[in-house]
Design a protein. Sequence first.
Length: 289
Amino acid sequence: MTAALPSTTAADTPVPADTRWSPLLRVTVVVHLLAFSLPWFWAGSWRWALAALIANHVLLAAAGLWPRARLLGPNITRLPAAAAARGEVALTIDDGPDPAVTPAVLDLLDRHGARATFFVIAERAARHPALVAEILARGHSVQNHSFHHRHNFSLLGPRGFHRELERAQSQLRALTGERPRFFRAPAGLRNPFLQPVLQRHGLQLTSWTRRGFDTRESDPQRVLARLTRDLAAGDILLLHDGHAARGSGGEPVVLAVLPPLLQRLNDTGLHSVTLPTAFAEATARTPNA
């Protein structure tokens, strides 16, 4: 099945970017200015300056290692209040597409009338264009999870981030007809150089409310428990069709978790929608969106 590729859609309009620096980055600038200027006016202050620089860089590193943190800039961890009021949640599925897993995931979603957002690795998407088209044809969304999914992604500088995001944006637009609006960093890890690059490409960093750790947890019940504990409207849930762990019988964990998870959503009156759907109203209310 092949999905028609629109020339221009509302999804081509970037989510308005917050161009303000985060408080932590503002503090970082002040700390560096003081650290390099104080020793000129206060003899012996270099020890304090060095200690302040070290503490600041430790804090920056910790912020980059905390996927749900907002210390380095805006970061979506829940759906807008209006989406939560409608009883919506967002099921997000990372690291695909995988021809051995993704078709079965799509069938399970269809069976329960659920819609999901697939954060795809653009390099993989380029190898499986028909699978990307199938994701779209079934009413789901395709968003940016970088081009290569590098293990050293969080260590890149501005140029490295730009190359990864731009290649992914271009590739995914060629496949879907739309430039993605949402970006999820590999493993959720990043550094202070990422946010300006996201702004340049009209992307919003998106993490999650809770995840099942299904790339390393082989017990579907434990994965399900992590995802459903305190489950509520507005939650963003994370699973994987790529790099999925296998259960004792060799089945990808995501395929064992999805049926009871989707049934739980139905039983509690929640329904899974794509991120563009959940944020459509908020974007429409924003000037110049």
